[in-house]
Write a protein that binds this ligand. Structure first.
Ligand SMILES: CC(C)(COP(=O)(O)OP(=O)(O)OC[C@H]1O[C@@H](n2cnc3c(N)ncnc32)[C@H](O)[C@@H]1OP(=O)(O)O)[C@@H](O)C(=O)NCCC(=O)NCCS
Length: 242
């Protein structure tokens, strides 16, 4: 019997691997991390078109960085899937604190799956992301309906695939299919390094509003960089629908 706790993830019938298929780009899926993903990450995260807009991966990005990341992500996701498995007898999908899939892959015509990027959603931690909430940090979701937790996205895509609407679709897919219904996400604040117009546009296309630019606030590999902050609230979307 299918595990109702995986809903609305699909399950690959051959491998048993759960995945989300993008809403519009049907040949793109988001899966768990695979232990052999490391080598594919290295050229992308050493590509200036990607790393200049990211503040957390080390540069240069070495095989040991990729190996550490893949092992860490896999262990974390395995725990999440174990939690979903343990609840499989409950027919009502429970609200969880995580999205268990984050590796973006293109499915080629011959069925080969090529790793092309990453999308993660987690609790926001930067002070400007938490501004106005009275919170200094967020370790676990509080799930207080009157005072929503602040979530944030981190994402990147292989330059060979830029400009085709893939990340806009991936953000929409994760929000609509998992973050809102399965994580109870109601507010998201995202930080983009100043000048990252493509990323700001991706979020604006998904209903985010530009909040502000803050000067020289983020330490990116030893240089203080300015950032753009964009914000999404479920209640604003509900108002738009009405
Ligand atoms: C940001 C990123 C994820 C976007 O992925 P993508 O799949 O190419 O994005 P999409 O094709 O869905 O949308 C990009 C939008 O930005 C626009 N855009 C791209 N570069 C732009 C620029 N320099 N100035 C203005 N708009 C730009 C595109 O025209 C498109 O908007 P449109 O659909 O209205 O034409 C990708 O460029 C990337 O990986 N960048 C490096 C890492 C990064 O910046 N991560 C985000 C950190 S906050």
């Amino acid at each position: 019997m299918d595990n109702p706790q995986l809903h609305p993830l699909e399950v690959n019938p051959k491998t048993g691997e759960p995945f989300l298929r993008l809403l519009s780009h049907k040949n793109i899926i988001i899966t768990p991390t695979r232990l052999d993903d490391g080598p594919a990450r290295i050229p992308h995260l050493n590509d200036e078109r990607i790393y200049r807009w990211l503040h957390s991966p080390p540069h240069p990005y070495l095989p040991e960085h990729a190996e550490w990341w893949v092992n860490h992500a896999k262990q974390t996701e395995d725990k999440w899937f174990a939690e979903l498995k343990a609840a499989r007898d409950d027919p009502t999908p429970k609200i969880v604190d995580f999205c268990p899939v984050g590796s973006i892959r293109e499915v080629l015509e011959d069925g080969t799956e090529v790793f092309i990027g990453s999308i993660v959603i987690h609790l926001a931690q930067q002070p400007w992301e938490l501004e106005g909430t009275g919170r200094l940090k967020q370790e676990t979701p509080r799930r207080d309906a009157g005072d929503p937790d602040i979530w944030t996205f981190g994402d990147w895509l292989a330059p060979s695939h830029h400009g085709r609407g893939i990340m806009s679709d991936a953000i929409q897919t994760v929000m609509q299919k998992w973050a809102i219904p399965r994580m109870g996400v109601r507010r998201i604040v995202v930080t983009a390094i100043e000048g990252n117009a493509g990323s700001v546009r991706v979020f604006e296309k998904n209903g985010f509003a530009f909040r502000k630019t803050i000067a020289d606030v983020l330490n990116v590999r030893g240089t203080m960089r300015s950032v753009h902050v964009v914000e999404w609230r479920l209640e604003d979307e509900a108002k738009m629908v009405v």
